[in-house]
Design a protein around this ligand. Structure first.
Ligand code: ZN
Length: 322
């Protein structure tokens, strides 16, 4: 993946290419705009372009550095993202120490903080200190679809780049060029896009104050959640993210508060199953948590995917055991 293969974000990409070309790269960026329009992908390509051995203003995708970043093995490219509701304080605090050293292999160390608004106040203050001591070899890219939740002091220290929703004609152009199909087919393609849907959500008492919470999601669209198999290989496509929010006084016994799952197939490639089959399928996802909630209450479940949408459920904890 290179800048030239990202569609619909010509504005921010021109700024990034210009900065690399003139060798005047700001030490911190904030990429903001709606979810699922290429902010994180652009951040990764930017990291590649900054370190590419070919030395242009784009990534070549062929040199050792580009390939290492693609496979997630480059020691100077750090991606920080939430674990559970928030970004871990330790992840941000660890940065300050790390920034003192020169990059290990590349020309520039690039720190990408995805869903940056999920830093708590301690993390935000710690990051602020790091941003106040810029170094020419470190570049920060904060990515956020809800930048208004960031403390104002953070965006004010970043070069802000707005990512626009991708226009329909751009999507059509992309499909026409990349897939070389007819316009009618392209419209059809858009109509049959992946759609995340709730199949079941239930809670069940499994002991004193303990509940099993189960969420079953499916992709009711005809297309899979990934764009192409190539997108999965290049890791530019992300799986379904599921989150659980607990009632006051409750804790998780098993399962994680936030987890990324695999991609879901669409109905187009789904195997034919017997009527009433309830097992796992490629287009269905089952998530289970066991929680301890002595005071009962309600859990909030959220599942989201950049292309397939969001599902939110509020689930009262069922008292009677089944
Ligand atoms: Zn390269």
């Amino acid at each position: 993946m290179s800048f030239s293969s990202i569609y619909g974000q010509e504005g921010p990409i021109a700024v990034l290419r210009g900065a690399i070309g003139k060798n005047r790269v700001p030490h911190a960026f904030l990429f903001y705009g709606a979810e699922g329009i290429g902010k994180r992908t652009t951040a990764l390509v930017f990291a590649k372009a900054l370190n590419c051995e070919k030395g242009g203003a784009d990534s070549c995708d062929g040199c050792t550095s580009c390939r290492k970043i693609d496979s997630g093995n480059h020691p100077d490219i750090l991606i920080i993202e939430p674990e559970g509701q928030f970004i871990k304080v330790a992840d941000i605090k660890g940065l300050q120490e790390r920034m003192r050293f020169r990059p290990l292999e590349g020309a520039r160390r690039v720190v990408i903080i995805d869903d940056a608004e999920r830093m708590n106040i301690t993390s935000a203050n710690s990051l602020l200190k790091t941003l106040e001591e810029p170094s020419p070899t470190n570049v920060f890219v904060l990515v956020s679809s809800r930048p208004h939740l960031l403390p104002l002091t953070i965006p004010s220290r970043c070069h802000r780049l707005r990512f626009n929703p991708v226009q329909r004609d751009v999507i059509a152009a992309f499909l026409e060029k990349e897939i070389a199909l007819f316009p009618d087919w392209i419209i059809w393609h858009t109509l049959i896009s992946p759609r995340l849907a709730l199949r079941a959500a239930e809670s069940q008492a499994v002991g004193k104050g303990a509940y099993r919470v189960r969420l079953v999601l499916e992709n009711t669209g005809w297309l899979p959640t990934y764009v192409t198999k190539k997108a999965v290989e290049k890791k530019v496509s992300r799986g379904v993210i599921c989150e659980i929010e607990l009632p006051p006084g409750a804790s998780l016994r098993t399962g994680k508060p936030r987890q990324e799952f695999a991609e879901l197939e669409g109905r187009a490639y789904k195997s034919v199953l017997p009527e009433g089959y309830e097992g796992d399928t490629d287009d269905r996802l089952k998530v289970e948590w066991v929680i301890h909630a002595p005071q009962g209450g309600t859990v909030k479940l959220t599942a989201r995917h950049g292309r397939a949408g969001v599902v939110r459920v509020e689930l009262p904890l069922e008292k009677k055991a089944r």
